[in-house]
Write a protein that binds this ligand. Structure first.
Ligand code: SAH
Ligand code: MG
Length: 193
């Protein structure tokens, strides 16, 4: 088992909702042979997905990733050390606040945190998205709730915001968006060519 497999296994065993294998496969397929210079990730957890994306970077590429949970921050830091990566910047705190302070050009944005802020994150992702940049929104179908009339009170706010994300990203004339039924649903958004 590789070190990364161990990090993945530990996350699964501690019930951390990490990116699913078919989601990673789809992202890898879409990126293809391109090398990315800067990636923004919203929702680090223990660093598993960031460590997978690290392989997509060019030689001096950087990942900025945001997490607010203290235990997960500590684990992510130790995982980045274990993997000897120095090009992953971990921002500690609420992504909804931190994202407003960022001003870089991103070739890829991976949105994978609180669903109630997805549409807000989209606005900022677009503000910083490079000309050929790609935004991936994980969990966009949220266990099927997003596409069905049925949802419990508990999920209603999340579902409303996810639907708003889909509406914004598919109705905006400047954008091209597509939803894939991999993992918990993955939406891919790029600038229209
Ligand atoms: N991308 C990770 C999984 C992320 S799980 C992977 O695939 O390996 C979602 C994470 O988002 C959780 O760890 C949660 O603590 C974090 N999160 C939720 N809301 C947040 C917020 N407002 N700001 C920062 N992190 C947040
Ligand atoms: Mg996810």
């Amino acid at each position: 088992m590789t070190k990364l497999d161990k990090i993945k296994k530990e996350a699964i065993e501690t019930h951390i909702p990490i990116m699913m294998d078919d989601t990673l496969d789809k992202i890898t397929e879409i990126i293809g042979s391109r090398k990315l210079h800067r990636i923004l990730e919203i929702g680090t957890a223990t660093g598993y997905s960031a460590l997978c994306f690290e392989k997509l970077l060019d030689d001096d590429g950087i990942i900025d990733t945001i997490e607010r949970d203290e235990e997960r921050i500590a684990k992510a830091k130790s995982n980045f050390e274990l993997m000897k990566v120095k090009n992953i910047n971990l921002y500690e705190g609420d992504a909804a606040e931190i994202i407003q302070t960022l001003d870089n050009k991103y070739d890829m944005v991976f949105i994978d945190a609180n669903k109630g802020k997805y549409d807000f994150y989209l606005d900022h992702a677009l503000r910083m998205l490079s000309e050929d940049g790609i935004i991936f929104a994980d969990n966009i179908l949220y266990k099927g709730y997003v596409m069905s009339g049925y949802n419990l009170h508990k999920q209603r706010t999340a579902v409303t915001h996810l639907r708003n994300y889909i509406k914004k990203s598919t109705e905006d004339e400047r954008l091209e968006s597509k939803i894939y039924e991999v993992g918990d649903g993955l939406e891919v958004t790029t600038w229209k060519k």
